[in-house]
Design a protein around this ligand. Structure first.
Ligand code: ARG
Ligand code: ZN
Length: 893
């Protein structure tokens, strides 16, 4: 292929990474009204033609036109039908600049792509013979030279041309024409009537089957819902399709938002960097979040599928109809859409359980991010590579900020805010400030200080909320003292107070919430209140209390803060048993467990004696024998905190081996002391019939499998038999996986045989093989790493598939701190080798895998030195992707 030569084409050198800053934002000089695309699909040489109808945003402007681009060749470049003179354009390492164009014109651009060689999985690539695209955040420029920024919204018409090996041809919008061509090939033309940014463009082509059903919106429009998968997966779509229907109904009912095209398509592909992508009318999904049947998917897989299907669907309004002005505003769509999918899942199942799971994720992962070198505000101020900002902070802390608004306003008023947001900004590219302004403008009565609230978006770090109190039981008074602060984070030394809603209740001796009246108030108080904390220090005095009270604080986790409160172990046990707020019952149980673990870690020998005191044992025993409680809630309450989370709570340098040892010790002690209660509970929760995916059945499986995690450490033979029985004979993956994961923890020839049998049965089902890889990657057995190195060579493993990489390498580095942090540095070197291999072809995946290494400052000196050495070697590597470069630099800064 020949490349058109621009006279002044600069050499395309590998430029120094550029820092992009939020405050440098300028509106686009040029707008694109219409885009016509034509693709001649071929694995090694796909020809792409684009016709762009452009105009200057400001007719009197003089700025040249900037088109972003990857390293694809430029085959043809014409303006209004005439080839552009070579002095009229210039190419550099990341695009084209065009000079002297008329203020309105039509540009024709032609290029050629090699989808088969694309292993970065950005732009146009092949996954198991299926052509697909991933354009968010900046992938469209790898397909065509284009103003690839989210504030340039255009209408797209896309034509796909292929031979009979690609019978299904899909793109965004509605199908407007299709049929055979004279040369034996066929075509399909799609038109998307909604202006959209380029990151929402998608095409898919391949041999796919479609599972579909009609849907009628509340206002009576009909929509065809379609899920496209490889033929072998045709039977695995029912759950995804049903989830989609439920999500659509829910959004209509809760927010009055309906779907807007004739069809809604979801395609499942095996090679995908992230979870899924909300391309307008044509979502592309990691097959992990589509395919399910009881024999291959666990309860958690079923829940994840429902949640991700809903998430991408909800983006149609929060993301597509209203999009981001620039990538610093990413949380505008992601935080809001995560919040929406959380609310949906809460309504589909148990709100309490959903909340606990979210908070657990936040506390274990987002808080860790906030405390480390990659801490950044929900609305970041700068980046080198935007793909590095698809983070827990932007997604999940972002969702908490939306939730804060709902907590402060109450949900009806919050819905009013959402309605104003949609009304005001439909069809626009806006900012998180615009979102907050709309929600607050709809609710002036609430008196929320916008400035104070907005600090949540601009300040990084997890606020620390220290509460203390004095009780005068005789006078019926309880005085609460609140102090908030926020630790420094990279680039932000000093923080200002934020608006913290503190939901609380005061429980009397029987556990009933008292009426809450503040001094000076006249009306009888509600049993629960939301206090607004607005300053560094504040006091509140509650009066008219019946006597001694136990505070239930930060109910439902009413703000994403670290809470320090002087509750005694007796009070925690009381809350665990009696708090009417299910979230706080869980939090109290976790606090008791954490205290026992931290005490063990403080003791010189890791606590030579008992870590589980009688208070903890009784609380556990009470829970296990409680016939009235929700089994799923009990399972969450009795789950030991992860080693990573325990490590994060330690004041000083972390020795991961000791954390592991103490946690295992407590697990063993609980197993031994509570063996009988665990066995009884296990048997009670066992279902007689076949697997069903329903709330109660799922709750029973959770509690049963929680019992099993302890029973696996019980010396009783009966416990061991149960474990083997379940691993061998369960009829569903939830129970099989729970048992297999436990068996795989320790070395045993019989277990090896079982793993081998499992492999033989499932080796052609990659999603099941991911589970098998993960059990082995998480194992404590001494030969764990040696086995992983062998698995890298297994035909079922592939370094180019992100799911396999995450299952094997990701699990080892994130969920197996014991071996990853081996004192001899072998775990770190293993990661280093894999990073060097992967960064060469998939920088996005490499930049995620490196995260556990970035936490080096938290560890004891021996490990710190080893981790740092790996980071320094990585920093010196040539070539190094921009993605990995940014991560490593932040860790070394
Ligand atoms: N917008 C997608 C979502 O639903 C995520 C896409 C992320 N892609 C990326 N390359 N970082 O959350
Ligand atoms: Zn999203």
């Amino acid at each position: 292929m020949t490349e058109v030569a621009g006279s002044s084409t600069a050499a395309r050198q590998q430029a120094e990474p550029v820092v992009v800053r939020r405050l440098d934002y300028r509106p686009p000089d040029w707008l694109v009204d219409e885009v016509e695309l034509c693709f001649w699909l071929d694995p090694r040489a796909t020809r792409v033609q684009g016709r762009l109808r452009l105009r200057r945003a400001d007719a009197g402007g003089t700025a040249p036109l900037r088109l972003h681009g990857g390293d694809q060749p430029l085959v043809r470049l014409c303006c209004d039908g005439a080839e552009l003179a070579s002095h009229a354009w210039q190419r550099d390492s990341d695009g084209l600049t065009l000079f002297g164009l008329p203020a309105a014109c039509t540009l024709e651009i032609e290029t050629e792509l090699d989808p088969q060689a694309n292993r970065a999985l950005e732009g146009l690539y092949l996954s198991a013979g299926i052509f697909c695209t991933q354009c968010e955040a900046e992938g469209f420029r790898r397909i065509l030279f284009f103003p690839d920024r989210p504030d340039v919204l255009a209408r797209y018409t896309t034509t796909l041309i292929a031979d009979e090996r690609l019978p299904v041809l899909l793109a965004n919008g509605n199908l407007v024409a299709s049929g055979p061509l004279a040369d034996g090939r066929h075509f399909a033309r799609w038109h998307d009537p909604f202006p959209k940014p380029s990151y929402l463009f998608a095409l898919v082509a391949g041999e796919l089957v479609c599972r579909e059903r009609p849907y009628r919106t509340l206002s009576g429009r009909s929509v065809q819902l379609q899920i496209y998968v490889e033929p072998r997966n045709a039977a695995l779509c029912d759950h995804a399709l049903a989830s989609l229907e439920r999500a659509m109904r829910w959004d209509e009912q809760r927010f009055g938002l309906e779907y807007d095209l004739e069809r809604y398509m979801v395609v499942a592909v095996d090679d995908f960097n992230m979870g899924a992508m909300e391309n307008k009318g044509l979502n592309v999904f990691n097959s992990k979040y589509v395919l399910a049947c009881p024999a291959t998917a666990t309860d958690d897989d079923y829940l994840d599928i429902e949640g991700v299907i809903a998430h991408e669907y909800f983006h149609n309004w929060t993301g597509n109809r209203i999009t981001c002005r620039d990538w610093f505003q990413l949380s505008l769509k992601e935080g809001l859409t995560v919040f929406r999918d959380q609310e949906f899942s809460a309504d589909m199942h148990s709100a309490a359980i959903k909340r606990i799971e979210e908070v657990r994720l936040l506390q274990t992962q987002q808080f860790a991010e906030d405390a480390g070198p990659t801490a950044h505000p929900v609305r970041p101020d700068s980046y080198v590579e935007i793909n590095n900002f698809y983070t827990m902070t932007v997604y999940h802390k972002g969702a908490e900020l939306v939730r804060l608004l709902q907590t402060l306003l109450g949900w009806e008023d919050f819905v009013r805010g959402m309605r104003l947001y949609v009304e005001r900004h439909d069809g626009q590219a806006v900012t998180t400030d615009d979102f907050v302004a709309a929600v607050l403008d709809a609710n002036p009565q609430a008196g929320i200080d916008r400035e104070l609230f907005s600090r949540w978006y601009s300040q990084a770090g997890t606020p620390l909320l220290r509460l203390s109190w004095q009780q005068d039981a005789a006078a019926g008074q309880w005085r609460l003292h609140c102090r908030q602060s926020c630790p420094p984070t990279p680039g932000q030394e000093h923080k200002q107070p934020v608006l913290i809603p503190l939901r609380l209740a005061l429980l009397d001796a029987s556990g009933r919430p008292c009426g809450l009246r503040l001094a000076g108030e006249t009306e009888a108080g509600a049993p629960e209140r939301v206090l607004r904390l607005t300053a560094a220090e504040q006091e509140f005095t509650f009066v008219d209390l019946p006597g001694e009270v136990t505070p239930s604080l930060l109910r439902g986790f009413s703000a994403p803060v670290r809470l320090e409160a002087p509750l005694t172990r007796e009070q925690q046990a009381f809350l665990m048993a009696h708090d009417s707020d299910a979230f706080n019952r869980w939090q109290a149980a976790q606090a008791l467990l954490l205290q026992a673990l931290l005490a063990g870690l403080k003791a010189p020998e890791g606590g030579a004696g008992e870590l589980a005191d009688s208070l903890l044992l009784e609380a556990f025993h009470h829970s296990l024998t409680d016939q009235t409680a929700d089994p799923a809630l009990l399972a969450l309450a009795l789950t030991l905190p992860t080693e990573g989370y325990i490590a994060d709570q330690l004041p000083g340098a972390v020795d991961p081996a000791r954390v592991h040892q103490v946690r295992e010790k407590l697990r063993g002690q609980l197993a031994t002391r509570l063996n009988d209660a665990l066995l009884i509970c296990y048997r009670q929760q066992q279902d007689a019939g076949p697997y069903v995916f329903s709330g109660p059945a799922l709750a029973r499986r959770r509690l049963k499998n929680l019992c099993l995690t302890y029973l696996a450490r019980s010396p009783a033979e009966e416990a061991r038999d149960l474990l083997w029985q379940q691993a061998r004979h369960s009829d569903n993956m939830t129970d099989t996986a729970a048992a297999m994961a436990l068996l795989a923890e320790t070395p045993d020839v019989a277990v090896d045989e079982l793993l081998q049998t499992f492999y033989q049965r499932w080796r052609h089902q990659p999603l099941v093989i991911d589970k098998w890889l993960a059990w082995q990657a998480r194992s404590q057995r001494p030969d764990c790493l040696a086995r992983l190195c062998r698995l890298l060579e297994d035909p079922a493993f592939s370094l180019t598939n992100p799911n396999r990489v995450r299952a094997l390498i990701g699990t080892f580095c994130q969920a197996n701190p014991y071996h990853f942090h081996a004192a001899d540095g072998s775990g770190y070197r293993f990661l280093e080798q894999q990073l060097c291999a992967i960064d060469g072809f998939n920088p996005q995946v490499a930049a995620r895998l490196v995260l556990p290494l970035l936490r080096w400052p938290r560890f004891e000196p021996g490990r710190r030195v080893l981790m740092l050495a790996v980071l320094q070697r990585l920093a010196a590597r040539q070539p190094l992707s921009r993605d990995l470069y940014e991560m490593v630099q932040r860790a070394l800064a």
